[in-house]
Design a protein around this ligand. Structure first.
Ligand code: VTB
Ligand code: MG
Ligand code: MG
Length: 327
């Protein structure tokens, strides 16, 4: 894929972030989500790709836009066919309450590179580059913390893990507390939380827990670009979710498989882009300047070279057609 496409993706996540940021604190999850989806879809039109959404907002019958199978991008003959995974707004609850860490995010890969994960839960474990090769989803939380601590040359009391604040993670929290490992719980948004493991300045060493399957695939593209490691398992929590997996061709046996980072995002022809909506650990949120401009911060990554760029931008809201139409 042309390396400049990486920067094109930032325009798309920026548009979604700008438009959905209007909803900050307004208690309207769906309004914010709908705005992000519409802006993202419009912004894609000018990107020179023949994209197909493999991770999106659900099936055609439940989502009018960015549904799985939808073609995105300019679609002109001379463009490359690519897989697209989107979460136009990860953290609808966060934006609705004005809490930190909501982001707009896209992963793009060569055709066939991104796992067609069902929209069910996914068990995940994620670490930065220093602990690559030291995680094992089949082992207990305790064992994983001990192994990662060894790899990082830290005592378990010097380590910090991030865990989504849910009852289903009580055993992880207990294991960490027994070892004296620090825990940072987060309410929502495990893409941002997972990525933080690869930036040493966040102080976060590992993520463990059960989050969204689609988010897992998107996160894998970023972790690959940063040289970190991830393992996952598709984890249907209800019969209804299990049924959905079967409909997508998964068997009970294949659902038991521990997926490596390469199963989630194959090869290194992969891009990742994210823009902050409400400011968080890694990315500043959308910040208004006066009454017709706004500032955004994004990160864009390319797995082939491992280059990570932070892109700060000031947008003139009166001159950007997507924003004029949607804001
Ligand atoms: C996960 C996580 C997301 O929602 O899907 C989570 O990956 C859902 O968990 O980042 P619950 O059903 O327990 O709320 C997010 O946090 C936000 O979409
Ligand atoms: Mg979303
Ligand atoms: Mg999400």
């Amino acid at each position: 894929m042309d390396r400049n496409l990486a920067l094109e993706l930032v325009r798309v996540t920026e548009a979604a972030a700008l438009v959905s940021s209007r909803f900050m604190g307004r208690g309207d999850k769906n309004g914010a989500d709908g705005a992000a989806v519409e802006a993202m879809r419009k912004a894609f039109e000018s990107v020179k790709i023949r994209g197909e959404v493999v991770i999106g907002e659900g099936e055609l019958d439940e989502a009018p836009m960015l549904y799985i199978g939808e073609k995105v991008g300019s679609q002109s003959e001379d463009c490359m066919e690519v897989d697209i995974a989107v979460d136009p707004l990860d953290g609808t609850t966060l934006i609705a309450k004005g809490l930190p860490n909501s982001i707009s995010v896209i992963a793009m890969g060569a055709k066939g590179s991104l796992l067609k994960a069902p929209d069910t839960y996914m068990k995940k474990i994620i670490v930065g580059p220093k602990a690559k090769g030291c995680i094992d989803l089949n082992k207990s939380a305790e064992k994983n913390i001990l192994n990662v601590a060894r790899a990082l040359d830290k005592k378990t009391t010097q380590m910090t893990i991030v865990v989504q604040d849910r009852e289903r993670h009580n055993h992880i929290i207990e294991a960490a507390r027994k070892l004296g490992t620090k825990i940072k719980m987060f309410g929502d948004g495990d893409v941002a939380a997972g990525i933080a493991t690869c930036f040493e300045e966040t102080g976060i060493d590992m993520l463990m827990g059960i989050g969204g399957g689609p988010e897992g695939v998107i996160t894998a593209a970023a972790i690959k670009s940063m040289g970190g490691d991830m393992q996952a398992q598709i984890y249907p929590l209800s019969d209804e979710e299990r049924k959905r997996c079967h409909e997508m061709g998964y068997t009970d046996e294949s659902l038991n498989k521990v997926l490596s980072i390469d199963d989630l995002a194959k090869g290194d022809d992969l891009f990742f882009a994210a823009t902050g909506i409400t400011g968080g650990e890694l990315l500043k949120g959308v910040t208004p300047i006066g009454n017709n401009r706004a500032r955004t911060q994004s990160v864009v990554m390319r797995a082939k070279t491992g280059t990570i760029r932070f892109v700060d931008a000031i947008h003139n809201l009166d001159k950007n057609q997507i924003l004029i139409d949607l804001m």
